[in-house]
Design a protein around this ligand. Structure first.
Ligand SMILES: [Zn+2]
Ligand SMILES: [Zn+2]
Length: 345
């Protein structure tokens, strides 16, 4: 299929609409930087000493909910075995806590609800080696842990939504430098995903089709925003990227629930995940990054219109006043150029 000719923009930027979230983003095409300029040769790495690292002294943490050794689950272990490779523990300083009842109350015009739920930390063994240096097999272990904990937590009382995210590096908001992900199982759905759920439902109701599948079909034929793909998964820089070098990883077939991912799909996902994180590491010079899972809530309702995915946000720039004030983000590189650069890494 021939690539569409994009008319040269008259202004130094383009406003692009995210079809699902309906957010406008500014792609600064005129003053756009070359992809190479995002690469930092020397990054300041703030590293906590191993001696005072809470995750290197995992026995000081709460009782683990899951232990892996080389991808295999260690069951019924009374003490923590020395040779664990991945461990999940309840957060020692949780933002939310398990509870027996969910109290709601009003204070004047305001609504208050108890912060009930589960807050866990997924810790990989090495103090320094982060996921961008993992093998596909090591990434698979992390994905397996996400899924196992998801399947357990979704059956807990008052859990309607499970958020899984990873902050790597100081600029990405990681307070502990030892690589770890977080799982929050909560009673309410975060507004960002709520928007995407409502919008993709509306599209499904009108067209009997998934809006994400429609975008993926276009992006696959167009090719310019693809970063990496295999038979099952595709990684691309979204048309309306909120930040420079944003990458999303989607299952190629229409899947609505992350927790139902099968073994073969998890292997394929790990391959794509590893390739993308390594490309970002090489291309941008070991950036701090966040990634998070976007999947259907687990409140028992039907979300078969939704298409789950991971979103990866490397931290190449600092958000400024305009982003916070206007709620419109400015990406200083075109997603097409970002993807082209990452493909060659
Ligand atoms: Zn450590
Ligand atoms: Zn779909």
């Amino acid at each position: 299929m021939s690539k569409p000719d994009i008319p040269k923009p008259k202004s130094p930027s383009e406003l692009r609409l995210d079809l699902v979230s309906k957010d406008w983003v500014v792609i600064a095409t005129g003053r756009a930087k070359k992809p190479e300029t995002f690469k930092k040769e020397k990054r300041e790495v703030m590293e906590e000493p191993k001696a005072s690292c809470p995750f290197c002294h995992i026995d000081t943490q709460e009782k683990p909910t899951l232990i892996f050794f080389n991808g295999k689950r260690i069951k019924n272990s009374k003490t923590i075995p020395k040779d664990w490779t991945l461990i999940v523990v309840p957060n020692k300083y949780p933002a939310i806590l398990p509870g027996e009842s969910l109290r709601e109350r009003a204070e004047g015009p305001y609504q208050i609800m108890d912060g009930i739920g589960f807050h866990e930390v997924v810790v990989t063994k090495d103090h320094v080696k982060d996921m961008s240096q993992f093998s596909p097999k090591e990434i698979k272990e992390v994905i397996d842990a996400y899924q196992e904990r998801y399947l357990e937590l979704m059956n807990e009382k008052f859990v309607n939504y499970i958020s899984i995210f990873h902050n790597q590096g100081y600029e990405a908001g990681a307070s502990i430098t030892h690589p770890h992900s977080q799982i929050m199982a909560i009673s309410v759905t975060d507004p960002d995903i709520q928007n995407s759920l409502i919008s993709s439902r509306r599209y499904w109701d009108i067209h009997q089709k998934c809006i994400y599948c429609k975008m993926l079909k276009w992006d696959k034929e167009d090719g310019r925003r693809i970063v990496f793909e295999n038979d099952e998964f595709i990684a691309l820089c979204p048309f309306a990227s909120r930040m420079a070098f944003t990458v999303r990883i989607y299952p190629k077939t229409h899947l609505s629930y992350f927790e139902r991912t099968n073994e073969e799909q998890k292997l394929a996902l790990s391959e794509v995940f590893q390739a993308v994180l390594l490309k970002l590491r090489k291309g941008l010079g070991n950036p701090a990054y966040n990634f998070f899972l976007r999947t259907s809530p687990c409140d028992g309702k039907d979300y078969s219109h939704f298409h789950w995915h991971f979103e990866i946000l490397p931290r190449t720039s600092i958000q400024a006043g305009f982003e916070f004030g206007a709620g419109i983000e400015i990406s200083t590189i075109e997603p097409e150029k970002a993807a082209e650069y990452l493909r060659t890494q």
